[in-house]
Design a protein around this ligand. Structure first.
Ligand code: MRU
Length: 344
C-alpha cells in the first residue's frame, strides 16, 4: 500500500538507509558497510523507530559476519558486533530482541559448522518480512477505529519511516485512506528532534493524506476542541502490566486525551512487548545530548548556560490507555493479560 522503503540491502550486501536526519529537506540514502557505520546511524537517529532499529540492527549484524575478501569470521566477532549494535539505544526493546535472534542464529550455525553469513542474512530478512506483515495486521486490526471523516492525532513518527512496512500507528490510517475513507491526521511536531513535523507529515503527504502539524504545546487545546476521533501512537516498549514507553511527550497527550474523553490507542507489533519487564518504572529511558534541546538545526534556542534535561522517551501508565492495536488484533486494556499468557 505504501511504496516507501526506509531500509534496503545494496547489491554488495551493505545496508542502505534513508538518512532521516535530513528529511524533509533532502532524500539521501547512505550505504553502510560496517557494524560501526550502522551503530553510528542508529545512535544519530539517521535510522530510527523501534521496529526499524530492530531490523537495522539485525541487518547490521550480518556485516560482522563478512570477513575481509569474503573470508570466514569467528562466532565471537559476530557476537561482539551484536553487542556493539545493542549499545546504541536502550529503550526500544525491538533492537535487543532482534539482536538476540541474530545471536541465537549465529550460535546455532556455528555449532553445525555452517557458514555464518547466509544464515544471518536469512534471519535478518525474516525479521524484516515479519515486521512488514505485522504492520499490515496492525492496520487491519485498527481499521475499524477510523470511520469516514475521522481525524487521528499522533505523536512522533510511527509510520513507514519507523518500520519495515506501513508503520504501526499510521498503518490503520493508510488502510483507511486506501479504503476511501476521508481520514486526516494531526501531527504533534515532537521536539526536540521534530519527528512529527519532519517525518510523519512528510510520509503522509507523500501518500496523499491531509496532515495538520501542531507544536507539542497545542495538543491539549486541540483535544478539547472535540474534533479528534482518537489518538494513535506507537511504542518503544510495552511492559508486562501494559505500561508504554514511547517518544517523550506521549504521556502528556495521554493525560489530555483522558481529560477530554478522547480514546487513546497504542499500536505495536509483538516484538515491542517485553513481558520480562514488570512495569514502566523498570524500562530504561535513554537520555540524549543537551544540544538537541539547546538548539534547532544548529541554531541556539536556549539561553547560554541553562541546564538541560533531555529524556528521549516517557512512560504512559496502562490506566490511561483505551487499548492496544496489535498484529494479534485490537485488544482492550484488560485483554493484554491474554496476550501475555499466550507468549509466556
Ligand atoms: O527516537 P525515535 O525517533 O526512534 O523514537 C521513535 C518513537 O518513539 C516511535 O513512536 C516508536 O519507536 C514506535 S515506531 C513504530
Amino acid at each position: 500500500v505504501h511504496p516507501l522503503s526506509a531500509i534496503a540491502w545494496t547489491e554488495s550486501g551493505s545496508v542502505r538507509i534513508l538518512d532521516q536526519t535530513l528529511l524533509p529537506g533532502e532524500e539521501r540514502y547512505l550505504d553502510l558497510a560496517t557494524v560501526d557505520a550502522v551503530a553510528e546511524a542508529i545512535s544519530m537517529l539517521r535510522v530510527r523507530g523501534a521496529p526499524l532499529i530492530g531490523i537495522a540492527g539485525a541487518m547490521g549484524a550480518t556485516l560482522a559476519a563478512r570477513g575481509p575478501n569474503g573470508s570466514a569470521v569467528r562466532l565471537e566477532d559476530v557476537l561482539a558486533g551484536c553487542d556493539r549494535l545493542q549499545s546504541t539505544r536502550p529503550t526500544a526493546v525491538n533492537l535487543a530482541w532482534g539482536l538476540e535472534r541474530m545471536r541465537r542464529r549465529a550460535r546455532a550455525s556455528a555449532a553445525q559448522g555452517a557458514d555464518l553469513l547466509p544464515a544471518l542474512t536469512a534471519e535478518a530478512n525474516a525479521i524484516w518480512e515479519e515486521d512488514r506483515l505485522m504492520c499490515q495486521r496492525i492496520g487491519e486490526a485498527g481499521l475499524r477505529l477510523i470511520q469516514d471523516g475521522s481525524t487521528v492525532l499522533t505523536h512522533c513518527n510511527a509510520g513507514a519511516l519507523a518500520t519495515g512496512g506501513i508503520g504501526t500507528a499510521l498503518a490503520p490510517v493508510y488502510l483507511a485512506h486506501q479504503a476511501g475513507r476521508g481520514v486526516k491526521v494531526v501531527a504533534d511536531e515532537t521536539r526536540p528532534l521534530l519527528q512529527g513535523s519532519r517525518l510523519t507529515a512528510w510520509e503522509l503527504l507523500r501518500a496523499g493524506i491531509p496532515v495538520t502539524v501542531i507544536a507539542d504545546n497545542m495538543a491539549a487545546s486541540r483535544l478539547r476542541r472535540g474534533d479528534i476521533s482518537c489518538v494513535i501512537v506507537g511504542a518503544d516498549r510495552i511492559a508486562a502490566n501494559g505500561d508504554v514507553a514511547n517518544k517523550i511527550g506521549t504521556y502528556g497527550v495521554a493525560l489530555a486525551a483522558r481529560a477530554h474523553g478522547v480514546p487513546f490507542y497504542v499500536a505495536a507489533p509483538t516484538s515491542t512487548f517485553d513481558f520480562a519487564t514488570a512495569n514502566g518504572t523498570a524500562i530504561p529511558i535513554e537520555e540524549r545530548r543537551a544540544d538537541e534541546v539547546r538548539s534547532v538545526h544548529g541554531k541556539p534556542v536556549a539561553a547560554p548556560g541553562a541546564a538541560v534535561w533531555n529524556p528521549a522517551f516517557d512512560v504512559t501508565p496502562a490506566e490511561l490507555l483505551t487499548g492496544y492495536i496489535t498484529d494479534q488484533g485490537l485488544l482492550e486494556r484488560d485483554q493484554l493479560s491474554t496476550l501475555i499468557r499466550q507468549k509466556s
